[in-house]
Design a protein around this ligand. Structure first.
Ligand SMILES: *Cc1c(COP(=O)(O)O)cnc(C)c1O
Length: 302
């Protein structure tokens, strides 16, 4: 994968009454399709797949998955055939109206739609063997893309100059991205993860990959669970974009930014703290979410 890394730290003006400073690392600008942490997570996996002589990448995901979108785009760019095992049999005739699946198909991804019951076996060896009989040899990338090589890629999110920050805040799904960030952080820094979903399993997952202890999870901003949103979140995201010209996604970075701003207002961060927020991308998911919002006659993400 060869393209310019456009990721830079953009300063946000918090107003003259604030002693804290806030910057956003624009990982959403790394690549138009393979955005943010999904690029980081795939980078060394692609190199490994090539080293193993594999021609096909196979992975798993939901209907609006940033990961599915990224694997499809990487496959096209790097010359791999791609297979997406998608959760939900009913989606088989909804590809045309689902922006994520449509994009992935356009990149050449082949789909296998499975029921939610079968999808649960995505890590079972017997299911993988069955997929190999069906599709031949492939390089397997787990759902969400988290493995050792993904974490190695995420360790490159922080640059040397980022050691000037006291707090590094990021969104958490499977915990791979934050693990890389923790591994690359300095002992004087605190890494705060904002889970986009409910669940206590994350602390254990992160500890497996990241031995350092300079991190914590802020679990109050999941908005009811994975991909659950409300009008308060949507108006926050729209206002944030109007104020700072930074688009957010509804599943991860919108909740993260809402949480960081809320903690700032509550006085969570000590005076003169320097805070860095990682924009992990995910913007491809906006149009899919807007289609859902339109059906429910709720305000749209602008
Ligand atoms: C997948 C994703 C995350 C979560 O990353 P994990 O490594 O699974 O914790 C965060 N932000 C965005 C935009 C994502 O697409």
């Amino acid at each position: 994968m060869t393209f310019n890394l456009l990721s830079t730290n953009q300063t946000i003006n918090l107003g003259k009454n604030s002693t804290q400073s806030l910057a956003i690392k624009r990982e959403d600008r790394i690549h138009p399709q393979i955005s943010g942490n999904k690029y980081r997570k795939l980078k060394y996996n692609i190199a490994q797949a090539k080293a193993e002589g594999k021609l096909t990448l196979l992975t798993f995901g939901g209907a609006y998955s940033n990961h599915i979108s990224a694997v499809a785009a990487v496959g096209k760019e790097s010359g791999f055939h791609t297979i997406g095992v998608i959760r939900g049999e009913e989606l088989v005739d909804k590809v045309a109206t689902n922006p994520t699946l449509q994009f992935a198909e356009h990149c050449g991804m082949q789909f296998k739609f499975v029921s939610r019951e079968i999808f649960k076996f995505k890590t079972a060896e017997s299911f993988i063997q069955k997929l190999k009989r069906e599709f031949g040899e492939f390089y397997l990338i787990p759902e969400g893309g988290t493995n050792e090589l993904a974490i190695k890629g995420c360790e490159e999110i922080l640059a040397e100059a980022d050691s000037a920050y006291d707090y590094i805040c990021c969104s958490v799904g499977t915990g791979g991205t934050i693990s890389g960030i923790i591994n690359a952080s300095k002992p004087h820094q605190t890494v705060l993860g904002f889970p986009a979903l409910k669940g206590d399993f994350l602390r254990e997952e992160i500890s497996k990959f990241a031995p350092n202890l300079n991190w914590d999870l802020i679990t109050e901003y999941h908005f009811g669970g994975y991909a659950k949103i409300n009008t308060e979140l949507i108006s926050f995201m729209n206002q944030f974009k109007a104020d700072f010209d930074i688009p957010l996604d509804p599943v991860y970075t919108g909740k993260l930014m809402f949480g960081v701003m809320d903690l700032l207002h509550q006085g969570y961060f000590p005076e003169h703290s320097k805070i860095l927020v990682i924009h992990t991308g995910g913007l491809q998911g906006v149009s899919g979410m807007n289609a859902v919002l339109r059906k429910k006659q709720l305000p749209l993400i602008r």
